[in-house]
Design a protein around this ligand. Structure first.
Ligand code: GEM
Ligand code: ZN
Length: 379
């Protein structure tokens, strides 16, 4: 007799609505929208009570209404039996629902849109950053719901040093972003010659997580006020977007010589950057630095390319509410949005994991190498 399946999401970044779990071969689910926002795409839930080896089929029945509904084609969900090691499960978008089937090796399994980065791991990472990687806690912002937003600095802030800023996960469902930040902090622990050369001329200003409320609540895109933080860089307020308000305040206090805003992209199966070509005050130096960064990184790893990405903004037509454009305009510096895929990098596919936390970390290693090569020409 099949015991009833138990499907839950009452945990960090959990998101699912159970419609009907009475039939293991046709478990009907739905993704819950962000709070105070129609955005949704992120899901993360646990299934218990499965019959090992029996076929179980799960349907996210509202996938066609999600924020990026074209992104389900070619996408495979991630799964884990221990909530630590994740793998892809073959998935199929039928134009309405995203469906995936598994014959489990264990009676419990987790599914998610991408390998989750938990608040617990974030707290561990902050400890690593402060105690092992030699960063200092420069300031702490607060999210809408009062969660800490640490600003870390690697370096002594001495006059004349370049200020390189990296922020991550403005969009809370883009968990690859904090995996990337773990890669940055892991590299800083290695004390290798390239990093030492970088740190001789530059300080790193790191905000490993911009949107802890949204991530905790299983949001795709917004903070606890339903605000898309990457649309708040011209009009942030302490009430609606304190996360951005805090970082902008700190940027004014310390200055910016390079900016990297780390994101994930639902649809494009490649790693790429977007830049400031549409800014009204776009400079030739910014154009040169953007091309230099892209050429160096694509020469260093197959996990970056410049053939695919967002359409270029027309001159003077950029949306200045985006972090990349706003910071590039204000500081006339190299300012980039870095996008990693929710799917895989089709230039170097990994059928088992697709794009993953570990690959996000490796990318960070290479990005720091490139920044080290460019630090002397940032200004
Ligand atoms: C994107 S950044 C959008 C950049 N678009 C162009 N054409 N330069 C966003 O905020 O929508 C980042 C993301 O969501 O990952
Ligand atoms: Zn994003």
């Amino acid at each position: 007799m099949q015991s009833a399946l138990s499907i839950t999401c009452d945990f960090d970044s959990g998101n699912i609505v159970v419609l009907d779990a009475s039939q293991p071969q046709n478990v009907r689910l739905a993704i819950r929208p962000d709070t105070r926002s129609p955005h949704f795409q992120w899901f993360h839930f646990k299934v218990e009570g499965m019959q090992v080896g029996e076929t179980h089929t799960f349907s996210l029945t509202n996938a066609s209404e999600s924020s990026y509904n074209r992104a389900w084609t070619g996408y495979n969900a991630v799964a884990s039996y221990d909530h630590k090691t994740w793998f892809r499960v073959p998935s199929h978008f039928d134009g309405k629902a995203l469906n995936f089937t598994c014959s489990p090796e264990h009676s419990q399994i987790w599914f998610a849109y991408f390998e989750p980065y938990s608040r617990e791991r974030h707290d561990w990472l902050m400890g690593q950053a402060l105690n092992e990687a030699g960063t200092e806690l420069l300031a702490t912002g607060k999210s809408v719901e009062g969660r800490d937003i640490p600003l870390l600095r690697k370096g002594d802030g001495a006059p004349g040093k370049r200020k390189v800023w990296i922020i991550a996960q403005q969009h809370p469902g883009e968990h690859m972003a904090e995996w990337f930040m773990e890669g940055v902090i892991e590299r800083l622990k290695e004390h290798d010659a390239q990093v030492q050369a970088l740190l001789a001329s530059a300080d790193l200003y790191l905000v490993p997580h911009m949107n802890p409320d949204g991530a905790f609540h299983g949001h795709l895109r917004t903070n606890a006020q339903g605000k898309d933080l990457n649309r708040a860089w011209q009009d942030s307020t302490p009430e609606l977007s304190p996360e951005v308000y805090f970082v902008k305040q700190q940027m004014e206090r310390y200055g910016v010589d390079m900016f990297l805003d780390v994101h994930g992209d639902e649809e494009i199966p490649y790693v790429f950057t977007a830049a400031c070509e549409g800014n009204p005050g776009y400079t030739d130096q910014q154009k040169t630095l953007e091309a230099d960064f892209r050429a160096r990184l694509s020469g260093l790893t197959k996990d970056f390319q410049t053939r695919y990405g967002y359409p270029k903004s027309a001159p003077g037509k950029a949306n200045m509410n985006l972090a990349c454009n706003s910071v590039g305009e204000r500081y006339k510096c190299l300012s980039l949005t870095l996008e990693m895929p929710f799917k895989d990098n089709d230039d170097a596919p990994d059928p088992l994991t697709g794009w993953s936390g570990a690959r996000s970390m490796r990318l960070a290693h290479d990005v720091l190498t490139v920044i080290g090569e460019m630090v002397s020409v940032l200004r």
